[in-house]
Design a protein around this ligand. Structure first.
Ligand code: NAP
Length: 358
């Protein structure tokens, strides 16, 4: 690609927004043309407005950029905006950008379950991108909105999809152990979480239960008549906040339509490479799922950075006394579960011709 594609970041000062800045500052296809946040940050240099929490310095050109209000149209032309906005304010802003002809790649929950919005984990359901035809027609938009799922769901479906394709997943019980970075900054008060576990994350269980069914669902029809039929998988989720900085661990029991031994399940997970159209994108890991058969893995401290945070690690695949199989998995919540996922979705938009390269 000759010239890079100018992009904006909405909610650039927050936890996920900072991850976007890091990923996009060195991206081979995209260049950051605008950083946007609330009125409280607008007009200030990014380096002052953001409470930078990433372990590397702020990329110098971005540190000097003035933060803009998140209002379309931006004074600089952008073809894609990455949204890490506070969900309470995101919907009208994202819809405004899409109406103005920009592709919005969002982390927020607001539009995820709208029937005409692709909810992507591209290795699993890249074909759902075809819903953009329906969306543009129904809403009269020149741009569009593509969503990535909630961070726990993103990791869960990468472990479930290979099993679903091979054996048919009918039921899934999942208990999560979710990192504090999943709550944004400043998030949960340290006095509430240090040395503690909180067995409640507002709205999280419902998101896991519904988003999983949409992502594992089948696309039917073509063009303006396309739609997703949700997968017939009953999911029961328990969401817990634990004193881990990054990385969501999940323990899962699955019921299968066709019985499988743990060895067969491991073989399927190991061989799975996902949708062909996603292989080779800059953010796609060599393997979306890795199986680690050591008895005490996966662990956030040891396994989180696999595939530059885009690989989900599965371990402890064994028989289950309640359902058929049980396993543990680990996913990076701000990379595979947020900013990395959105960048991969944007790469798919470019690779499939929705966003012009030149
Ligand atoms: P965060 O740290 O609280 O950041 C929120 C961002 O939204 C900040 O940049 C903030 O700007 C901006 N904002 C707030 N009100 C605004 C307004 N009225 N107009 C424009 N911008 C406004 O949150 P986060 O954890 O990064 O999460 C961002 C989104 O991603 C949320 O919707 C969240 O649910 C979702 N998500 C997060 C994760 C995760 O692991 N953290 C994973 C998946 C999805 P100021 O700094 O100016 O206030």
């Amino acid at each position: 690609m000759s010239a890079k594609i100018p992009v904006g970041i909405l909610g650039a000062t927050g936890t996920v927004g900072q991850k976007f800045v890091r990923l996009l500052a060195e991206h081979p296809w995209f260049e950051i043309a605008a950083v946007c946040a609330s009125e409280a940050s607008a007009g200030r240099p990014y380096g002052e407005a953001a409470r930078w929490r990433e372990p590397a310095p702020i990329p110098e050109p971005v540190a000097r950029m003035l933060v803009r209000p998140a209002t379309p149209p931006l004074e600089v032309p952008v073809r894609i905006v990455f949204s890490a906005l506070d969900a309470a304010v995101a919907r009208p802003i994202e819809e405004g950008f899409a109406a103005a002809g920009v592709y919005v790649v969002t982390n927020t929950r607001n539009l995820r379950m709208d029937p005409d919005v692709p909810l992507l984990v591209p290795e699993v359901n890249a074909d759902h991108l075809a819903l953009l035809h329906v969306q543009q027609r129904a809403r009269g938009w020149r741009g569009g909105v593509v969503a990535n799922p909630n961070c726990s769901t993103a990791a869960l479906v990468l472990a479930l999809a290979p099993l679903h394709q091979a054996f048919g997943v009918t039921r899934a019980f999942v208990a999560t152990m979710q990192a504090v970075s999943g709550a944004g900054y400043p998030g949960v008060a340290s006095l509430d979480i240090v040395g503690n576990v909180i067995p409640h994350i507002g709205g999280e269980e419902e998101k896991i239960e519904t988003e999983t069914r949409k992502i594992l669902g089948a696309l039917a029809g073509e063009g303006d008549a396309a739609g997703v039929t949700e997968a017939d998988v009953v999911v029961s989720a328990h969401a817990n906040r634990v004193p881990v900085i990054d990385g969501h661990t999940e323990v899962v029991s699955v019921g299968l339509a066709r019985r499988a031994t743990p060895e067969e399940a491991v073989a399927v997970l190991r061989d799975w490479t996902g949708h062909a159209s996603v292989r080779g994108l800059p953010s796609s890991p060599a393997r979306p799922v890795e199986v680690d058969e050591r008895a005490d893995r996966p662990q956030p401290r040891l396994d989180l950075e696999r595939g530059r945070g885009m690989t989900v690690t599965v371990g402890r695949v064994r028989p289950c006394r309640l359902l058929d199989l049980r396993l543990a998995l680990l996913g990076h919540n701000t990379l595979r579960g947020a900013a990395g996922a959105a960048v991969q979705n944007a790469e798919l938009l470019v690779a499939q011709g929705w966003v012009p390269r030149g």
